[in-house]
Design a protein around this ligand. Structure first.
Ligand code: ATP
Ligand code: MG
Length: 347
């Protein structure tokens, strides 16, 4: 090989070297870029991992809270069902002695009537009573006794009637549901719930009593879970009372009296005759569109802690929609009032 050939090879080698050098430089810059990207990716990934960890911690905390809440609810449910059967038993036990009193009132009235008649006969037969008898007649005020005794018996009868009404309502209200639906008189359910809520409906220092207007239609018994339906009535009526009380704030007794607090309960058949329609209206605060969207949600409440848990409507919804395949809807105008509309199929 001659010198020229060597020089040419050297030139080529130099060229190849330059190319390699350039390639090396490029790949070095690529490497740096890649490293940079990797560092960025790594830090992003670390951030995502950190966020996920934080989220996981939060979820764990929330699930722990929910577990405790569920446990509390189960304890409450258990307590309620124990209380329910206790109430039903006590109510049943009260019925017996009240039955004795009520049962004896009719013969007592008859005996009294007979005794008074006997005194009349004595007085007619022996108009001239002895001094002692005349004195005793005055001392015991026979005329007054004669007038008052029937009233006394009637008021005793009213008392026993009221006790047995309360005890029957307690029994109706605290009915334990069975697996199967049973035939139930919806009006008895509503009436027993109203009686249990009586202490919240009656007048107090702040306001006159809440007026309850019943507009009951006529329809046959409904196949349902009575204990659960009573719970729905209780939740809706308690909400109505809360809304009325809230609407009273800032008003005087007389101002409330002019536009009295009112709950109206309408019941009827639907047009197709296949459902019962129950409407519970109040002239309370009304419900804003925003609250209407959320109020059937579990744990949604606008009431202060200790007053509301936000369970009432979500439970009512479940009972009506899922357990009874019915519907629960609301109509409301702010400042005018609210209406909850239930439909339940007959079967
Ligand atoms: N009749 C009503 N008038 C006005 N607002 C109502 C009425 N019924 C329900 N609401 C609103 O819907 C919310 C949810 O009601 P829900 O019965 O589910 O819970 P709560 O009454 O707040 O608490 P809880 O029933 O568990 O004691 C209430 O906080 C209230 O804001
Ligand atoms: Mg409620």
């Amino acid at each position: 090989m001659g010198i020229v050939d060597y020089q040419q090879e050297i030139q080529e080698l130099k060229k190849a070297n330059r190319i390699i050098q350039k390639k090396l430089e490029r790949s070095e810059s690529d490497r740096i870029k890649l490293e940079d990207i990797n560092t960025k990716k790594e830090s992003l990934l670390r951030k995502v991992i950190d966020e996920l960890k934080e989220y996981q911690n939060k979820l764990e905390e929330r699930s722990h809270e929910l577990e405790i809440m569920l446990l509390n609810l189960q304890i409450m449910q258990n307590k309620m069902s124990t209380l329910g059967s206790l109430v039903a038993e006590v109510a049943h036990e009260i019925n017996n002695p009240v039955g004795f009193i009520a049962g004896n009132l009719t013969p007592a009235k008859e005996y009294i009537h007979n005794l008074l008649h006997l005194i009349d006969l004595y007085q007619q037969t022996y108009p001239k009573a002895s001094q002692k008898i005349q004195e005793t007649i005055e001392v015991i005020d026979l005329e007054y006794v004669r007038e008052d005794l029937p009233k006394l018996i009637s008021s005793m009868r009213e008392g026993t009637d009221r006790i047995s009404n309360i005890s029957n309502s307690l029994r109706t209200f605290s009915r334990a549901d069975t697996e199967q639906k049973v035939l139930f008189n919806i009006h008895e359910g509503i009436n027993s719930t109203l009686l249990i809520l009586k202490h919240r409906l009656k007048a107090n220092k702040i306001r006159p009593c809440i007026q309850v207007v019943k507009d009951y239609g006529e329809f046959p018994l409904v196949k349902c879970f009575p204990g659960q339906l009573n719970q729905v009535f209780m939740n809706l009526l308690a909400n109505a009372i809360d809304a009325l009380e809230e609407s009273n704030s800032g008003l005087s007794f007389d101002e409330i009296k002019k536009n009295p607090n009112q709950i109206t309960i309408h019941t009827s058949l639907t047009e197709d005759n296949n459902h019962v329609l129950i409407r519970i209206q109040d002239n309370g605060l009304g419900i804003s569109a925003d609250v209407q969207q959320k109020m059937f949600d579990h744990l949604f409440t606008t009431k202060p802690v200790g007053k509301g848990t936000g369970l009432g409507l979500s439970i009512a919804y479940q009972i009506i929609a899922q357990k009874h395949k019915g519907t629960l809807k609301v109509n409301s105008v702010l400042g005018v009032g609210s209406e909850f509309i239930i439909t339940i199929p007959f079967f």
